[in-house]
Write a protein of this length. Structure first.
Length: 197
């Protein structure tokens, strides 16, 4: 209907340390709600496939470029008033301000899903994934155990300080994640937003 104010889009932000199950969670949410999903690693692996890969310094550079692409994707969705999912290891000290800047420009609500895992389990999971051959070789994870060890043993990031809804999920055992509770929280956010217009 011409002139009808569209409801605020919902941004589902899936965050956490490497190997906490972010991609698994994000894909389940995308499938449940038919929302577009973009992750930093999707872009990063496309860059690896296009430009090649070599060492950790190159991987970090591709990571920085990829996060810029992710925020471009997010801004395009928000400009079109579309809800979406973004997934990355977002960091409070860098990314909180970026989300606030977008909130100033485009009115949206968010549901932040923070994946946390027992540190010892997480470090072992990280090593298993790195050695399994399932992860893109451009990440060079098998060369980075010393770099990641201390961070992974913490088991968690701090959530982004952006207000709205925060859902913390223990992903120590991915088979016991209560997806129904996660879906219910997102559904509540979507319903609340529909009721606001």
């Amino acid at each position: 209907m011409v002139g009808r104010q569209l409801p605020n889009p919902i941004v589902v932000i899936v965050s956490g340390l490497p190997c906490t199950g972010k991609t698994t969670i994000a894909r389940r949410v995308a499938e449940q709600f038919s929302l577009p999903l973009m992750s930093k690693d999707m872009y990063k692996e496309l860059l690896f496939d296009t430009l090649g890969w070599k060492d950790r310094a190159w991987s970090r550079k591709m990571g920085r470029i990829s996060i810029e692409f992710l925020f471009q994707f997010l801004e395009a969705q928000l400009a079109a008033r579309r809800s979406c999912i973004v997934e990355s290891n977002f960091k409070i000290e860098f990314d909180t301000a970026r989300f606030f800047k977008l909130k100033e420009r485009y009115e949206f609500n968010s549901v932040q899903i923070l994946c946390v895992t027992d540190g010892d389990v997480l470090f072992e999971r990280f090593k298993r994934r790195a050695e399994s051959g399932a992860r893109h070789p451009g990440h060079n994870d098998h060369l980075n155990y010393a770099e990641f060890r201390e961070t992974l043993l913490c088991g968690r990031w701090q959530p982004l300080d952006i207000g709205d809804r925060l859902v913390e999920i223990d992903t120590t055992d991915l088979n016991t994640v209560d997806y129904a509770a996660v879906f219910a929280e997102i559904a509540r956010a979507l319903r609340a937003d529909d009721n606001d217009d």
